[in-house]
Every structure is written in structure tokens, then in C-alpha cells.
Design a protein around this ligand. Structure first.
Ligand SMILES: Nc1ncnc2c1ncn2[C@@H]1O[C@H](COP(=O)(O)OP(=O)(O)OP(=O)(O)O)[C@@H](O)[C@H]1O
Ligand SMILES: [Mg+2]
Length: 267
């Protein structure tokens, strides 16, 4: 039996360990839905996600370990490389292509379904299932290029453009200078947004829509994070008490202030 090696901690999930070629994660309410999605990705030949292997004798989810480097928190300077950013855009495009046509089982329970919002939030109508949490800590890098995506806890029905915006928000990053990780200070955010959009292959219409989508999404994310803090507690409550709500407002204001600059860069 291989030893259990603790993996770097994220914000929410505790007790993620490596055992040989596998990763063990606590079983969660959304695990079945995520497993179905990962099976679909495997079936269509997508090579950038872990395989779901079932549950171990402790009831934990078992996934394949993806070889490579994953950025820490805060992400290291190497993770700010522009070619890596472009490869994240290309990998996200491949994920979306592989995800198209996946119809989750009726009643599939995704993480978002665990939080009740009153009044409900109207997201844009979903067009596919996707990852929705493509942060530097959730991308496996090989030879300086994005090779895989891990941590599908927040996956669920969404739109391509929402996943693109969310990924760009983390990776460009789209936020004021004061909120850029110190290890990433000085990156040219406007140029990186352009590079990311080109690598993903955003259409002209999507480019025009992206900044306003980000501005509107900040309102929804703020409400969702607050509800998650109240209803799920744990890491969500800790992030909220550490001021994540204010950071969401600051990035919204930054996007409003830079809206025309971002639009120009995307043309
Ligand atoms: N399948 C995998 N292959 C390689 N490394 C992995 C894999 N799963 C997890 N890891 C490593 O373990 C770290 C934590 O795992 P993961 O992202 O799944 O949980 P988490 O970040 O703690 O969860 P959350 O983001 O929900 O708080 C990752 O950042 C990565 O370094
Ligand atoms: Mg993670």
C-alpha cells in the first residue's frame, strides 16, 4: 500500500491526499454529478482531466493523479508566463469542445444546487457543463504549458463565455493592481486579456460582450459567495470574513473603469 501524501490545501476542501498514482478527496454531495461529467470527458477522449475511479474503503473519491506542476497560493512568478496563459486559453477551448453535447442526468446535484438564493439569481441560460474554477491552483502544467485541469468541485451547467470570463479573471488577472498577487506584480493585464482571448478563439461578438459580462457577474458572485458563507460555512465563511466580498466589488469597479480599454484591446 502506497503512503498517503498530503497535497497543497485549497480554500474549501480538506484532506486531499495522493496515494500512488491516485488522489483521494472527501466524497461530497456533488461528487456523483462530477463523476458523470468526468466519465463523459474520458469517453470523448479528452486527456486534460482526471479519471474518476470510484470510492476507496474510507468512502473517499478516487481520481487519477495528473503528473506535472501546479501553482501554489499565491502562484509563483513562473505561473505568470504569457505562453502559459495562452495555453490555458487553448486548453479551456478543448474542454469546451469536449463538453459540448454532454447532457447530465436529470436531477444531477451540482455544488451550486446546494446554496439557496433568495431572491434567486438569474444566470445566463446554460449551454454546456464546464469547470468554472480554472484558477492557477487548479491547472496542471507540463513543460511550461497547461496540460490538465483538476478540482471539478464547482463544475456545472454554464455558458462558454462565463467560464472564459472566470478563467481570465483569475489568470490575467482582471482586478486592480493592489489585488494582483505580489508575485505577479507588473504583468500587463490588458495585453494578457487579448492574448488569452486569441488563444481561446473568442468570436467578435463574444469579445464585445466579455467586459459587461464580467461587470454583471461580479454582482452574482458577491451574492453567491455571501450565501455560501452563510449556508455552507467552513472555508466559504472564512473567505467571506477575510474580505472576499470587498475584493469582488473592487474588481467590479476596476472593470467598469477599464471597460473601454479592455474592449479596445480585445478588438
Ligand atoms: N488529480 C490531481 N492530479 C494532480 N494533482 C492534484 C490532483 N488533485 C489535486 N491535486 C493537487 O492537490 C491540490 C489540492 O487539490 P484540489 O484542488 O483538488 O483541492 P482543493 O484546492 O483543496 O479544493 P478547493 O479548491 O475545493 O478548496 C491541487 O492544487 C494540486 O496541487
Ligand atoms: Mg483547488
Amino acid at each position: 500500500m502506497d503512503a498517503e501524501v498530503p497535497l497543497p490545501r485549497g480554500d474549501v476542501t480538506e484532506g486531499v491526499v495522493r496515494v500512488g498514482d491516485t488522489v483521494r478527496r472527501p466524497h461530497q454531495p456533488q461528487s456523483e454529478a462530477v463523476a458523470g461529467y468526468l466519465r463523459h470527458l474520458a469517453d470523448v477522449g479528452f486527456d486534460g482531466s482526471p479519471r474518476y475511479l470510484g470510492r476507496d474503503d474510507k468512502g473517499r473519491d478516487v481520481l487519477t493523479y495528473l503528473d506535472g506542476d501546479v501553482a501554489g497560493d499565491p502562484p509563483e512568478p513562473w505561473a505568470a508566463d504569457d505562453d502559459l496563459l495562452a495555453s490555458v486559453g487553448a486548453l479551456l477551448r478543448r474542454l469546451h469542445t469536449a463538453s459540448a453535447g454532454y447532457v447530465p442526468p436529470a436531477g444531477a446535484l451540482w455544488r451550486r444546487g446546494l446554496v439557496v438564493l433568495d431572491p434567486p439569481i438569474e444566470d445566463p441560460p446554460p449551454e454546456l457543463v464546464s469547470h468554472l474554477d480554472v484558477t492557477p491552483q487548479n491547472v496542471v502544467v507540463r513543460d511550461g504549458r497547461a496540460a490538465g485541469l483538476i478540482d471539478f468541485d464547482l463544475a456545472g451547467p454554464t455558458t462558454r463565455l462565463l467560464d472564459v470570463y472566470n478563467t481570465a479573471m483569475h489568470w490575467v488577472p482582471l482586478r486592480p493592481a493592489e489585488d494582483v498577487w505580489p508575485t505577479w506584480r507588473g504583468v500587463d493585464r490588458v495585453a494578457r486579456l487579448r492574448r488569452f482571448a486569441d488563444a481561446y478563439g473568442l468570436t467578435a461578438g463574444e469579445r464585445v460582450a466579455l467586459p459587461d459580462l464580467g461587470i454583471a457577474q461580479a454582482d452574482r458572485t458577491w451574492l453567491r459567495m455571501r450565501a455560501s458563507a452563510e449556508q455552507l460555512g467552513g472555508g466559504w465563511a472564512r473567505m467571506w470574513s477575510e474580505g472576499v466580498g470587498d475584493a469582488i466589488r473592487r474588481r467590479q469597479r476596476w472593470m467598469i473603469g477599464h471597460r473601454s480599454e479592455l474592449l479596445d484591446a480585445l478588438q
